[in-house]
Design a protein around this ligand. Structure first.
Ligand code: ZN
Length: 285
């Protein structure tokens, strides 16, 4: 099953990503139009959706899609979860999920957007597999953690590296939460619908040049491992968004270092899910 946020309304999407069926209308208002609220009702919703054919829906424009989880109570992002990225950052590989930060929800956008580059900033790309939580999850063991996942989507953990590393005790969250710095989408895909939920190709391209390419089987901590570890301390709530870390190939680690510039186009993808498309524009003073 695929769901999307189409102009602020919850919709079922067909497998081809071509048509959208409005959930409130198709369910005779059994389920409301709120794309975020559905995660509180996830099990019941999945049961209903299993009997519905979205191909009766209407064509739509991807530009009209918002984030599939637009107002999560918590956004968690994991740093250093691919060996090649830890190595290029010159940092040791973590032995547990302990590099955690947030992207504040105001930075979340849909899959196609224009992103303003802050004056004097160094904005970088980080393609990531993003997980949306489908049930209250506290202290779940790893072998049951996939059952906490509503679905998967593509994310960009756009990062302004100067803010990210400023100060005597650097903190990641501010430099990763500028307006538009958290595009996710294009839709949410349930894990049963991808070929292998633990091994998906992930990558991104700047102006058509591939700059990151990996597989989610290279995650140091897999999706169920990170859910088990985080939920050992922190309860995860329905609709929470989890950025799972980026593979090697970010701009700051290149020789010479690269940053996104006005006019650049960034395309990010995860196989079996879909793609994001961001265009970068100069700061409007
Ligand atoms: Zn990241």
């Amino acid at each position: 099953m695929r769901i999307a946020n189409l102009s602020g309304r919850l919709a079922l999407i067909d497998r081809a990503g071509a048509v959208a069926l409005d959930v409130e209308r198709a369910s005779d208002a059994r389920f409301g139009p709120d794309p975020q609220g559905i995660y509180d009702d996830w099990t019941e919703f999945v049961g209903w959706a299993a009997g519905v054919d979205p191909s009766a829906g209407q064509p739509f424009r991807v530009e009209d899609l918002g984030p599939p989880a637009p107002a999560p109570r918590q956004v968690l992002a994991i740093g250093l979860n691919y060996s090649d990225h830890a190595a290029e950052a010159g940092l040791a590989e973590p032995t547990a999920v302990n590099v955690l930060f947030t992207k504040w929800p105001s930075c979340l956008t849909g899959p196609v957007s224009a992103v303003e580059l802050p004056e004097g900033g160094r904005v970088d790309w980080e393609v990531e597999l993003v997980v949306v939580i489908g049930r209250y999850t506290h202290r779940v063991p790893e072998d049951r953690a996939w059952s906490s996942v509503a679905g998967l989507t593509v994310g960009q953990d756009l990062s302004e590296r100067i803010l990210q590393t400023a100060g005597p005790a650097p903190q990641y969250s501010l430099g990763k939460s500028l307006p538009g710095f958290g595009p996710i989408g294009p839709w949410l895909v349930t894990p049963d619908e991808v070929e292998d939920r633990d091994d998906l190709e992930i990558g991104c391209l700047v102006n058509g040049e591939q700059v990151q390419k990996s597989r989610t089987s290279n995650l140091i901590f897999s999706v169920p491992s990170m859910i088990a570890q985080v939920s050992a301390t922190l309860p995860l709530l329905p609709g929470d968004v989890l950025f799972t870390g980026t593979p090697g190939g970010v701009g700051v680690a290149r020789t010479p270092p690269r940053r996104l510039a006005p006019g650049d186009e960034l395309v990010s993808y995860v196989s079996g899910i879909g793609q994001l498309r961001q265009r970068f524009v100069a700061a409007i003073s």
